[in-house]
Design a protein around this ligand. Sequence first.
Ligand SMILES: *Cc1c(COP(=O)(O)O)cnc(C)c1O
Length: 368
Amino acid sequence: MKIPFLSFTEVNQHVKAAMLQSFEDFFDSGWYVLGERVKKFEQEYADYNQVNHCVGISNGLDALHIALLSLGIGAGDEVIVPSNTYIATVLAISFVGARPVFVEPVKATFNIDPQKIAGAITDKTRAIMPVHLYGQCCEMETIMSLAAKHNLFVIEDNAQSQGASYKGKLAGSWGDINGTSFYPGKNLGALGDAGAITTNTEALARKAAVLRNYGSEKKYYNEVIGHNMRLDECQAAFLSVKLPHLAGWTEKRREIGAWYTAALKDCPQLTLPEIADGATHVYHQYVIRTPQRDALQAHLQQQGVGTLIHYPIPPHLQQAYAYLGFKKGDFPIAEEMAETCLSMPLWPGMTQEQVQYVADTIKSFYRS
Ligand SMILES: *Cc1c(COP(=O)(O)O)cnc(C)c1O
């Protein structure tokens, strides 16, 4: 059996005709930047995410960047971020001239440890950026009350967890202003780069909308020094076609996640992902951990199973962040995760038989 890490076949098949029609409508409209398709998708995504406002942005990294700019965070400020996040969260902080301050995750959930945040707060801290990693919503209640107590902003990085929730409230609806990504491999994926900001605060939505469009609301009148970071009209049209399917695709991801857990729970060499009390998971990734990660990955590859490592080097050890002066051992939990984590194949349409084949192949590795 050959099982790719990711396959769009099933998802694409369900939307192909509607996508082609939406492209033709877009093509014929003769309006290609910031038109009615972006506006329509912004309303639809705000409704889906149960927030007052959505602002379409060029990609997830730019969405986080604009979110930080909208809050006025910049040089001299510190922003708290998990030590095991994808580099984009940290880059956004760098782009505004602020300093990332890393806080270790909880091993079982991979998400930032709310108990460790208070210890990282200084008089320069302006914001906390929780990342709902791999599809599980962070323990947002504790994070929000810490932020309120210390007068900090919260910016959720919701690139991986559209539809996940904590105590019934959706990821991307807790923070002051939040970013998400519609990169093709994300749970809701465009056919290229795309992203969005979600917020309940009208003034922040307006700031973000101005900043993404040359700092201008009225054409050729520039209020602030802005960017060109707009969601593409064509991608917005595609996303409107796909959004109604997201809930169904999420159900499939959850089913596949449950299959993996059932098929692997009797494998003592593995640490399986856990879900925190009150949190839900949308399985952007199903990430297992094992000290023999590299050999297991090679074995799976030989047997036709594609896997990936999210992520092999934590941000504090990346060459790009050498200037922060960290060394190996400074964030041992993030480092251990980078050395032991392995993401299983998972996409809507994957069958129980395929999951069983992956599980059996893992077990054959430990028997040999
Ligand atoms: C994908 C991702 C981003 C960046 O999104 P892009 O659209 O690729 O720029 C940011 N944060 C996390 C956690 C991501 O997974």
